[in-house]
Design a protein around this ligand. Structure first.
Ligand code: SF4
Length: 95
């Protein structure tokens, strides 16, 4: 049986995005002062965070694997993260 690459396996997950209430919010001002972008971009295994041309942190919440790593390492006050409301978020198809 072919296992596939990590990106191929992640692509099998299903995401139900909560359009009304994002479970991830970046305080851009605190993030700018604390250099949070480098940290968040480096640690997120799903590439949820990226740096926009204007220097702010862009968030692609629909890719979040809900591992909590970003919450553990984000500079204080730079990130508000909670699990998605019931029924929303990632549904793992493998493992
Ligand atoms: S919880 Fe994990 S996958 Fe989701 S944004 Fe944070 S580091 Fe990325």
């Amino acid at each position: 049986m072919e296992i596939g690459t990590v990106p191929e396996r992640l692509a099998r997950n299903h995401y139900d995005l909560d359009e009304e209430e994002s479970h991830i919010e970046v305080d851009q001002e605190v993030a700018r002062r604390t250099g949070a972008a480098k940290i968040l971009i480096a640690v997120c295994p799903a590439h949820v965070y990226s740096q926009a041309p204007d220097g702010t942190i862009a968030v692609e919440a629909a890719a979040c694997l809900e591992c909590g790593t970003c919450l553990a390492v984000a500079p204080p006050g730079s990130l508000r993260w909670h699990y998605p409301r019931g029924g929303f978020g990632v549904a793992f198809r493998e493992g």
